[in-house]
Design a protein around this ligand. Structure first.
Ligand SMILES: C[C@H](O)[C@H](O)[C@H]1CNC2=NC(N)=NC(=O)C2=N1
Length: 96
């Protein structure tokens, strides 16, 4: 899958509020109620992530999860990152 241009990324992010472009990636920080809720989010995301075989770079500090999505094999943002961002939005919305 070929990488998106900056204009294509910008257009795709119009339907992903909270996400922004950072270099060769798209990023978002989620804040949850507490540490357990943050881990719940990561655990719930694990299934779809494995199914997609497309993995986020993410770090957790207390109630926060910082996420960076990029397609390492393609060297930039592809449709797979946009698809994963949409999946993560859905999962985050399901976590109390
Ligand atoms: C072999 C396997 O398809 C690859 O290593 C997958 C796994 N998950 C991945 N995740 C991400 N973000 N980028 C990749 O290029 C990637 N490649």
């Amino acid at each position: 899958m070929s990488t998106f241009t900056d204009a294509q990324i910008e257009e795709a992010l119009e339907s992903l509020p909270g996400w922004s472009q950072e270099g060769e990636a798209i990023v978002r920080t989620y804040e949850f109620a507490d540490f357990r809720a943050a881990l719940d989010f990561m655990n719930r995301a694990a299934g779809p992530v494995e199914e997609m075989d497309h993995h986020p770079e993410w770090t957790n500090v207390y109630n926060r999860v910082d996420i960076r999505l990029s397609s390492h094999d393609a060297g930039g943002v592809t449709g797979r990152d946009i698809q994963l961002a949409n999946v993560l939005e859905r999962v985050a919305g399901a976590v109390a």
